[in-house]
Design a protein around this ligand. Sequence first.
Ligand code: C2O
Ligand code: CU
Length: 466
Amino acid sequence: MLSRRRFLAAGIAVAAVPLLHPRVAAAADDFRTITLKPGSARLLGPDRPATPIWGYDGSVPGPTLRVKRGEEVRVRIQNALAQPTSVHWHGIRIDNRMDGAAGLTQDPIRPGASFDYRFTAPDAGTFWYHPHFNTSEQLGRGLYGLLIVDETEPVEVDRDLALVLDDWRLDADGRVHESFGNMHDAMMAGRYGNHFTINGKYFPEITVRTNERLRLRLLNVANARVMPVRIGGHAATVVAVDGQPAEPFALERARAVLSPGTRYDLFLDATQAPGSSAEVLIDIGEREIPVARLVYEAGEPKRPAPLPAPRALPKNPLPETIDLRNAVRMEVPLEGGMMGMMGPGTMGPGMMMGPGMTGAIWRLAGRASDGHSGQPLFSVKRGRSVVLGFPNQSRFPHAIHVHGHHFRVLDARDDGWKPWWQDTVLILPERTARIAFVADNPGKWMLHCHMIEHQDSGMAAWFEVT
Ligand code: C2O
Ligand code: CU
């Protein structure tokens, strides 16, 4: 694939140079190069030893990419790691060839090789990029970055701040624990960590001014941990979910529940007094852990009072309606794991086994899959509506992510939907989630659990839009 693209690009360039369009030749090099390579990061704090990581351009998070809605993203991914990789642009309703699902939409990018990603971002919002090959290890070692697509109209906030939340599993020396691909994580909740960072930093301080309005872009990049997040003493208004604008609403108990892969864009009015502070807290079950601090400047407030209630962000070009009556409907039970193991002989042909033989612990619709081998889960004509039911018949929560499309989450009793869009849905044990979307993006798309150790051990599938 790569060599053919390269070959074509080179052919155009050679032909064009002596002719009338010298800029065509220049365009071939108009790619921003990002190199995957080892690096180090002071995850434990500025005065503690640095942790060896893998990063885009050797840093964690990787470079934040920023374009305006409708603009083209052009990134040349250079793989300087010792293992193959690919890049998935999570949440972008992308051209299928650029989706980065290794084995399904492209070959893995081998060590020393590169791949040119080039696509238009149809929606404004908060998106991100991460590997889609040996993802548990590559994501767990720090390969992730933000892709922010700006609205074409200005948004009325004083500051725009991303908080990328990660949960690292570090050993006593502060090194990334080597326990990737182990059976225990795969059968249970996935790889949980023991050290939180925000934007690759330990307990950062965020300076704010009284009565200013922040746009906070929260993103959970953890391999598996669900993070309920709140900002102590502050109300927050949600203005977008998984990148897509929503009618602004207040969070229940001021908590944003972020499953892996999920984004929440909040408008936060800094309503405390000058000189005060507040903590950003993550709920780990038995208690809340402070992971960052808002520190109010002592000086004058930004303005005498907070801004009036925010207006909704401008709309993205999503389907106005979903034809549920003529939808393709399918039940996709989530099964397996500890206390729900599969019987022998259920492994599909061509299954890729990860390290530790964890290939077939979880099933979607009765099948354990790597998400690209074998038959599609379903195949639909472009424009058809799809309704999928996900009864969680296991003892663990799952966060099902659909590539290339955003969906509505339907009510449990009827087909009414939540007034926002998602690309990842959290399903607790013994609950059922139903989603609906218009399959309007042609190609082969993955659907998998974003608890990556579940994805890597069978909880993955693909579908086709023709
Ligand atoms: Cu964010 Cu298929 O993943
Ligand atoms: Cu899962």
